[in-house]
Structures are given as C-alpha cells and as structure tokens.
Design a protein around this ligand. Structure first.
Ligand code: 7TS
Length: 414
C-alpha cells in the first residue's frame, strides 16, 4: 500500500515554507538558505507541536501503566507504528520496530541476525557507495566471524556496476546490504532487481533507506527486501527515532539484540523468555515523543503527496545542475541516470571546506567533506565534495542565491 497522491499538482511552496518556522532564520545577516537536507531536514510546525503536545498533555511511559496518561501515550505510540506500516507497505505492524535511527537499525541486524547466521567463510556484499553506517557494522561482524566483506564497484557516473554485482553473488553470499539512494551522489539504485538476484542465491537483503524514504515511494512487499531501515529526521521528523522493518518470519527467528524492559515475557535468575514482535526488539523506554512526532511527519508527507514533492524536487535538481555546470572548473560527482534532488560537486583548485565556509558567510547551508562515505571519496580520488541537497520547501530562487554565492566565493578565493 502506498499512500501518495495519485494526481500530480503544483505545490504551493510559499504556504509549505510557512509551516517551517526555522526558514525565517537570519544567518550571518542573510535569510537562511538551507541546502543540507540529506543530513537532516527541517521540521514543520505540526511535528514540533506533536512533541510539545505530548510533553504538555500526556507524557507517560508506555505499555506499562493502567492510568489514563499511559494509555493515551501507548495509543499514540502504536498509532505511529501503524502509520509507518502504511508508509512502507509492510504486511504486519509488528514488522515495524522503532529504533533510534538508520545506524541502530543496521547494527541491530548485523548483531542479532549476523551473529546467528554468519559463519567463517561466508560473504557479505555491500556497495562502494555505502554510508559508514552500512560498512562498519558488517566489518565488525566479518572480523568476529572470519567472514568476508565484498564490495560492488561504483562506475564513473555514480551508478553501481551491476555486471560486477552479479559476478560477486554466489552460494557463499549470505547478506546483501545496499543503500537505495546514495547520500553523497544522489544515485537511485535498482534495488528491486538487486534483491531478486540476491534471493536467487539464497542471500538475505537489507536496504538502507535513510535517503530514499523521503523521496521515493516505499513498498517493502513489492521490493521484497528482508530488512529496510530509515531515520525519522531525514523525512521532516525528529532526531533519535528510526525504523527497522523486517520480514516477520526472519525477525521471529532472530535472537534478541538488547536485553531489558519491554523485550521480556518473564524473567527469573535462571532464564528469561522474550516478548513477541515488535517488543522483542524494543528494550527499555523508547523515544515516545519521537515516535509520536514521526507520525506527524508522515502525515505531512502524505498530505503533500510524494508524487508532487518529487515533481518539485526534480525541477530543483534540473535547474541546480544546469546552473552549476556553467561554473568554470566545477565537476558534478554523481551523474547517475536516476537521481534524487542532491548535487555533489568539486571545483578545481578549491577545497570544499573553503567553499562551505564562504557560503555559510552568506547564510547558505551546504554540506562539505566526505559525507561519511570515505571509501567512495577514495574511489573518485577526492577528499570530499560540496553537497547541496534539496527538500520540498526549497525554491529556484534559493538556487540562484547559491549560484551567486558560489561566484562570490570563487572571486574571493582567486
Ligand atoms: N545511511 C545513509 C545512506 C545516510 O545518508 C545516513 C546519514 C545514514 C545511513 C545514517 O543515518 P543516521 O540517521 O543513523 O545518522 N547521512 C548523513 C549525511 O549524508 N549527512 O549527515 C548524515
């Protein structure tokens, strides 16, 4: 089930901007131009209000109390789980586990699934464009188990080499962990065919949806991934809340991750029996306010309609790409045929950090550096890039500000 608006309409970006109080900020005496959305998006008033409303009116611990506030908090928390289930098209709400974010979701799978299923000589396949969060947990697992980490190469245009992928797959491949959308390049990977091929050799697939969940329609059943992880803060929700989706049979068969409250059924000093899904993986008091506010973020996205958002963001990407390419010495890193609204670039003879600082002086927030993808930067033989990543509230006029800001920065550096 995909909850998006089937008809494409032109969004009223002015009205959308008014929902984001932070967009009124003045930074360095200039109106803020926020182009660091791939790191974290800004939050609409409805998300801010959901957090404040929870703490002001029904703050209580969940699943434990019989009192009214506890019941209200539990109901809101569980309503958010259902909203996430619908947002990603999961078959069962208990397949939706609240985590602190993408990073924790991947670590949970690497720890719980990995330690039960990986033995010496097994192979784990990732790609050359993974965020460190989808590299390091697998490295730790491989080191512990004497398993082998293999990497799908990235082509010059920023797409994955699918020929190499198929050659790397084999009977020893036990896990394929792939990013759906690259945070450094914007590349959209063809995950459906990647998953199908992995399943043909009996491998389990984890999809890192940190960057994709906000831009693409997510249907985990259609995709047929075994695990899907994402973070609330990259889709207009709060920090400290994220989702691990896992197929029910796999989550049920996995050992537990963290021990503690909520994940138990019965504890004696001799032994503990564990709670059922999804609570089995939700040890300790979770980020209740964050989970509740995540629903407000999903409502915001659903109300606008991802089709409409994509249409607007595609226009931003097209315009930004064309304008950037005019700048002498500028090279865009990542020119995949399918991209989200994100441009990474370098300028000959100029350090990305210097550009970042000079743009910040003009109130323009971009990300500079390796974007937690150091091996990818090495692949392109660069130290880092300048990255401008767009959200629904960004405008063509703001891209003009960025381009003018870049010209100014280059003049100062020359
Ligand atoms: N995977 C991808 C593809 C990401 O882009 C990020 C964060 C993560 C995993 C980790 O997400 P977290 O919410 O657990 O931190 N990416 C970025 C970025 O591009 N700039 O800052 C964080």
């Amino acid at each position: 089930m995909i909850l998006t608006n089937p008809t494409s309409i032109d969004l009223d970006i002015g009205a959308i901007r008014q929902q984001f109080p932070i967009l009124n900020r003045i930074v360095k005496n200039k109106p803020l131009v926020y182009f660091d959305n791939a790191a974290t998006t800004q939050k609409p008033q409805s998300v801010i209000d959901a957090i404040s409303h929870y703490y002001s009116n029904y703050n209580a611990n969940i699943h434990r109390g019989v009192h009214s506030l506890a019941e209200e908090a539990t109901a809101a928390y569980e309503a958010s789980r259902i909203a996430v289930q619908q947002f990603i098209g999961a078959a069962f709400s208990e397949e939706v586990i609240f985590t602190t974010g993408t990073t924790e979701g991947i670590n949970l799978v690497a720890y719980a699934w990995g330690r039960a299923n990986i033995v010496a000589g097994d192979e784990i396949l990732i790609s050359g464009m993974e965020h460190h969060s989808n590299i390091v947990p697998w490295q730790i697992l491989c080191n512990e188990k004497n398993a082998i980490l293999k990497v799908i190469p990235v082509l010059d245009n920023g797409e994955l080499s699918l020929i190499d992928y198929h050659n790397l797959l084999g009977p020893k491949t036990k896990m394929v962990a792939i990013v759906q959308v690259s945070n450094a390049l914007g590349t959209v990977n063809p995950v459906k065919s990647i998953i199908k091929a992995a399943h043909q050799v009996g491998a389990v697939v984890l999809i890192d949806g940190a960057q994709s969940a906000v831009h693409l329609d997510i249907d985990v059943q259609d995709m047929d991934c075994d695990f899907f992880v994402f973070s609330g803060h990259k889709l207009y929700g709060p920090t400290g809340i994220g989702i691990l989706y896992g197929k029910k049979n796999i989550l049920e068969s996995m050992p537990v991750f963290q021990g503690g409250g909520e994940m138990i059924k019965e504890v004696t000093f001799e032994r503990t029996t564990y709670n059922e899904l999804p609570y089995k993986y939700e040890a300790g008091t979770p980020n209740i306010a964050g989970a509740i506010a995540l629903k407000a973020a999903l409502d915001f996205l659903n109300d606008l309609g991802k089709d409409n958002i994509r249409k607007h963001e595609a226009a931003l990407l097209k315009y930004a790409t064309a304008q950037l390419e005019i700048i002498p010495g500028l090279t865009i890193i990542g020119k995949a045929r399918e991209k989200v609204s994100l441009v990474s670039f370098i300028i000959k003879g100029v350090h990305p950090q210097d550009i970042g600082v000079l743009l910040d002086n003009q109130g323009i927030a971009v990300r500079t550096g390796h974007h937690c993808t150091q091996p990818l930067m090495e692949r392109f033989d660069i130290a880092g890039t300048v990255r401008a990543s767009f959200a629904v509230y960004n405008t063509l006029a703001e891209i003009d500000v960025l381009i003018a800001g870049l010209w100014k920065a280059l003049k100062m550096l020359s």
